[in-house]
Design a protein around this ligand. Structure first.
Ligand SMILES: [Zn+2]
Length: 219
């Protein structure tokens, strides 16, 4: 007789089938074994471990069971499947390549197409207010257009300010050269204008790369 105990860590449902990832905590499990879930019995239809589909899951190993039966609805992470069966174990066989379904999650992180901030996969909304479920990319593109135009205005404003500062300084210098006396360097205007222009330029590039990222993801 074999005593069965499988500790479920993750589940994935597909129609009436349930894929339960976890650890075999007792005797070896095999295809066709019936174990008890809180909501009723379930039958082991397939076993996957280390990307192989097998007919036996050895004691102590982690793997994934494909289950059917009336109890599948009651199985959740943390559920223990228990049972005892009289049937003997078959010889271990590798039945083919296997794919784990219960461990497809957690999904990758979510990049906000609006501001580029990364959020956990389950997030519904980014800190900037963008709603992932609504995902209105047309509105985001319009908004990025507005941001870019405003950054461009700031960039040209910065260039103008720096140019005026430099021009006035140059004029003062030339006047001094001719008539003697001191002249004033308009550091403030030059520095503030240059910083503003450079920052706005980087902002425009950042907004552009946001747009490219979301285009790439869409396609
Ligand atoms: Zn955002």
């Amino acid at each position: 007789m074999r005593t069965l105990r499988f500790q479920v860590a993750s589940v994935h449902r597909e129609g009436t089938r349930l894929f339960a990832g976890g650890r075999n905590c007792s005797d070896d499990l095999t295809l066709g074994d019936v174990v008890r879930a809180p909501g009723g019995d379930v039958r082991v239809e397939a076993i996957v471990t280390y990307r192989k589909s097998l007919n036996v899951l050895d004691r102590g190993l982690t793997g994934e069971l494909e289950l059917s039966g009336e109890g599948v609805g009651s199985i959740e992470p943390g559920t223990e499947l228990v049972g005892s069966v009289q049937t003997d174990l078959p010889k271990l066989e590798i039945l083919g390549e296997g794919q784990l379904r219960s461990q497809e999650k957690p999904r990758e992180m979510r990049d906000c197409p609006r501001c580029g901030l990364v959020s956990p996969a389950r997030s519904v909304r980014c800190q900037c207010g963008f709603q992932f479920e609504v995902d209105d990319r047309a509105a985001v593109a319009r908004e990025h257009g507005r941001w870019t135009r405003s950054a461009r205005v700031h960039m040209f404003g910065g260039i103008l300010l720096a140019a005026v500062g430099a021009g006035v300084t140059a004029l003062g210098y030339l006047t001094t050269a001719e008539h003697g006396g001191g002249y004033v360097v308009w550091y403030g205007a030059i520095v503030v204008g240059t910083v503003l222009a450079i920052r706005s330029y980087w902002r425009i590039r950042a907004i552009k790369s946001l747009g490219r990222d979301s285009e790439a993801k869409k396609g």
